[in-house]
Unconditional design. Structure first.
Length: 276
């Protein structure tokens, strides 16, 4: 049985049963005539889930299809390329969903990859784990007040990772301030498990436990009928797996072709409108 399907349906049930409607939302729906409609959401707080990757518990739900490789390419754009340039996202990594957050100069502003580059977060993490594996300060944080104060672009949603070496295993906790469940839950999970695999391989470790903490987890008003439809979909009897077989041990030489998914049979796609 696919543990990710069980957890995903449980999260939807939890929000629908116990969620609270927000007021005066910042996000909006962009209508065909160019006007904006407020995008209200039903939300709960302080959601946490854990997957033991070392035991084959991959967070790959089949309830809805996931653009697995496109999602992983975003990790290359942010943490390997360390870029906020939308042209790079489109041309090199075939990522197009960030175009709506163009601040007018062809970038997403001084967030995400721009912060990773300015603070050299990726290299500092790799060096820290290799030189002091049992240290308790292995953290990459993209929530930097100096960069975000008055920022035009979207502040990072998944903004911090905490890393711990546990014997031969590398564990990771992803901290996220906000998540559109239907739009991003499964793709955020698979992205950061892929990042775990890359960090672990570079540092000569095995992938251990992945924990995901979300402060505000929500379903948008226009997504409620879709969420209810997903609850009626069956849980897969197969457990999908993300396989990582690189030809190098160097984080900066890994490519998207090093990844593949096995036993992944997603159910039919449903178009999900993205609030901006």
């Amino acid at each position: 049985m696919n543990i990710a399907d069980v957890k995903f349906k449980g999260l939807l049930e939890h929000i629908l049963a116990e969620g609270v409607w927000d007021e005066n939302p910042r996000p909006y729906w962009l209508e065909e005539d160019g006007t904006h409609t407020p995008a209200h959401s039903l939300f709960t707080t302080q959601y946490m889930e854990t997957f033991d990757i070392s035991k084959g518990e991959f967070p790959i739900t089949t309830i809805k299809p996931t653009a697995v490789k496109t999602g992983i390419r975003e990790m290359f754009w942010i943490y390997q390329e360390m870029s906020n340039d939308l042209q790079v996202a489109r041309d090199k990594f075939k990522i197009f969903w960030w175009d709506s957050w163009d601040i007018g100069d062809g970038t997403i502003g001084s967030t995400y990859g721009a912060i990773v580059k300015r603070l050299d977060l990726t290299n500092n993490l790799l060096k820290g784990i290799q030189e002091n594996p049992y240290g308790r300060r292995h953290i990459m944080s993209m929530w930097q007040e100096d960069d975000l104060r008055g920022v035009i672009g979207l502040p990072p949603c998944a903004f911090q990772t905490l890393w711990s070496v546990r014997g031969e295993y590398l564990d990771c906790t992803l901290v996220q301030r906000s998540q559109d469940v239907l739009g991003a839950n499964n793709i955020n999970n698979i992205q950061y498990v892929a990042l775990m695999m890359m960090i672990a391989k570079h540092c000569g470790l095995k992938v251990g436990k992945y924990t995901h903490f979300i402060q505000n987890v929500h379903i948008y008003d226009r997504h409620i009928p879709i969420a209810k439809e997903f609850l009626n979909r069956p849980v897969s009897e197969k457990q999908p797996k993300l396989i990582f077989e690189p030809k190098s041990d160097n984080f900066f030489e890994f490519t998207i072709d090093d990844f593949r998914v096995e036993d992944y049979e997603p159910q039919p796609k449903v178009n999900i409108e993205i609030a901006i």
